[in-house]
Design a protein around this ligand. Structure first.
Ligand code: GDP
Length: 600
């Protein structure tokens, strides 16, 4: 029977009755009034209502709950509920647990706080951390890593202290979310601001539930209602108005409402039924990493599944591996085990991983190497066609198989966002729906690329530019960035796309780079003695000679040799001799970029 609440009372229990002792049988009727049940259990009505909410039952103090619901709560509090009508059935905690998958056990929730700068993320994280420490601890503890756990009503919550939603989305872009719940913080004084909107879009792309914490309610200019209204304008409809978004007014500074926020996080976590198997090898995510002069690579890992152990062999990002040499908790204390949803700092990785990279424990180094090689081959296969491009969408339209067009719009100034957005949305037709995943102003950043990966979108720049780092990331992830100077050209291209008229374009796909370390005479011209720094040098590819950051020459690879032998390709970490077609002006320090042209 599904839990439910009704206004009809049929209970025989008398209000005001003294609480009975735990572990005793509790005779329950087919329904019972909430306040009577609270009395029977010896807890406050508020506590009971919260507990019921966690079980998905919304009931006020005067409503009744059915037997199954009452019995389930009674069991939580250590009683043995017995039905007056049903034959002496008893429910134990074990019975309830056995309904769940054997290996999967409940795990605590992982929460990220997102929002506009200065709206109170840091203050809220600090307040939560300090409110849950004992007095003795407060003086001696400084947070050691970018994540921590607190205990609320005997349940743990892990907070990730992300530098911003870039990391959040970059994690999502790797195929899994570090976070179970996003707390969107909005200053009641300033209301929804551009980064709040960005945070909303990122949380949506990550498909995690959102709790809106309206902060700074202690300030005289605080206007909670306006903030709620603004959330609704961004399609976050709050519960009060029939939507799903929980709103909690708080003051991160005074602590008001913070306990309520934590209760709501617990309720939401319970509704999400978060599970993991602690009895298997760990899998998880890198939250942050750095290179320490004395201790080597230090990485903060969040265990998502399994248990991470002190001497485990770990493959990171399917690219490299390392053996854990030491492990520390959030307070810098050495630990040997990290269970699901626990953040730990580890020593022993061979390279500094990027935030958001996934890690997996493997039995030994042989398996680590095998996994890395397999993944490399898989990446090469998957890279092509991972995200749509305008011309590939156009081809799909021609085939009658277009699914829609997801766009991220970044424009030079705030004022041009709406005209661009409106013009594009108006273009959609029956076959192709145009969806603007995010629209904002400023330079196109790595965060936009991450969002594009997560939402399979194309990035449209209007009168702005892309940072080189962003460009590299977009290229390696197969994300198309198109910059337009006039709205006319932009509309023309989108129009052509959704009517299947856009012609294919060619893109450059980088194979690898080599650094010129010596120059040798050859017939004809010269040969560069190179060291392949990343990817590979390939005989059949095109090559760019880059000098002082500028492209100096572009042509074909004329020869590629390993010692005296001609080879087809040379992998990173090796030396080789390269001849560049029609170019004998090579110099030590030049960078050779190997690339091929690919039709999209
Ligand atoms: P973040 O950029 O989102 O991490 O914001 P901070 O936590 O650094 O807060 C920005 C400023 O707002 C700081 O001066 C805080 O002291 C202040 N602040 C944060 N929360 C509150 C609050 O609830 N009430 C008041 N009055 N000030 C707050």
């Amino acid at each position: 029977m599904s839990p439910r609440a009704s206004n009809k009372s049929t209970t025989k229990s008398k209000p005001g009755r003294k609480p009975v002792k735990a572990n005793t049988q509790l005779v329950l009727n087919s329904s019972i009034v909430v306040k009577d049940l609270a009395n029977l259990l010896g807890i406050s009505s508020v506590e009971l209502i919260k507990r019921l909410m966690r079980k998905g039952v919304m009931a006020n103090i005067n409503q009744t709950v059915d037997y199954d619901t009452a019995a389930s709560v009674a069991t939580d509090f250590g009683y043995k509920p017995v039905s007056e009508h049903v034959e002496q059935t008893t429910y134990t905690r074990k019975d309830l647990a056995s309904k769940e998958g054997k290996a999967q056990k409940p795990r605590s929730s992982v929460v990220t706080i997102l929002g506009h700068v200065d709206h109170g993320k840091t203050t809220l994280l600090d307040t939560i951390r300090h409110s849950k420490l004992t007095d003795k601890e407060v003086g001696e503890i400084t947070q050691y890593i970018g994540a921590y756990q607190v205990e609320v009503h005997d349940q743990k919550i892990t907070f990730i202290d992300t530098p911003g939603h870039e990391a959040f989305t970059s994690m999502r872009a790797q195929g899994a979310s570090a976070t179970d719940i996003a707390v969107l913080i909005i200053s009641a004084e300033d209301g929804v601001m551009p980064q709040t909107v960005e945070a909303i879009d990122h949380a949506r792309a990550a498909e995690v539930p959102i709790i809106a914490a309206i902060n700074k309610i202690d300030k005289p200019a605080a206007d909670v209602e306006r903030a709620k209204q603004q959330l609704a304008e961004h399609n976050l409809i709050i519960e009060e108005w029939g939507g799903k978004v929980v709103v909690v007014p708080v003051s991160a500074k005074t602590g008001e409402g913070v306990d309520n926020l934590l209760d709501h996080i617990l309720i939401m976590a319970e509704m999400e039924e978060l599970k993991a198997n602690p009895d298997t090898g760990a899998k998880g995510m890198v939250l942050e990493a750095k290179l320490d002069n004395t201790r080597g690579v230090l990485a903060t890992l969040l265990v998502k599944d399994g248990t991470l152990k002190g001497r485990d062999c770990v493959v990171v990002a399917d690219t490299y591996w390392g053996k854990i040499r030491a492990m520390f908790d959030e307070r810098g204390k050495s630990v040997q085990l990290a269970q699901p949803s626990t953040p730990v700092e580890v020593m022993g990785l061979s390279e500094v991983p990027q935030a958001g990279s996934l890690f997996t424990v493997v039995p030994d180094k042989h398996e680590a190497r095998e996994r890395i090689e397999e993944a490399q081959a898989e990446r090469q296969r998957a890279r092509k066609g991972r995200a749509p491009r305008l011309d590939s969408v156009s081809v799909q339209v021609r085939k009658g198989a277009a699914k829609g067009l997801n766009l991220i719009i970044k424009s030079d100034v705030q004022g041009s966002i709406e005209p661009v957005r409106k013009s594009l949305e108006q273009l959609e037709n029956e076959e192709v729906k145009v969806r603007i995943v995010h629209a904002g102003s400023g330079t196109i950043t790595e965060s936009d690329v991450m969002l594009a990966i997560a939402s399979k979108a194309i990035i449209i720049g209007f009168n702005n530019r892309t940072e080189p780092r962003t460009k590299r990331l977009a290229e390696s992830e197969g994300i198309e960035i198109r910059i337009y100077q006039t709205i006319y050209r932009l509309i023309e291209d989108i129009q052509k796309t959704i009517t299947g008229m856009l012609e294919p374009t060619y893109v450059d796909v980088t194979e690898g780079h080599a650094e010129v370390r010596a120059i040798f005479p050859a017939k004809p011209g010269k040969v560069a003695g190179c060291y392949v720094t990343d990817g590979k040098a390939t005989r059949r590819s095109l090559v760019r000679v880059i000098r002082n950051g500028q492209v100096f020459h572009e042509s074909n690879v004329e020869s590629l040799k390993h010692f005296k032998d001609s080879v087809q390709e040379m992998a990173a970490g090796n030396e080789c001799g390269v001849g560049v077609d029609g170019f004998s002006d090579l110099a030590v320090g030049d960078i050779l970029e190997f690339y091929r042209k690919e039709k999209q």
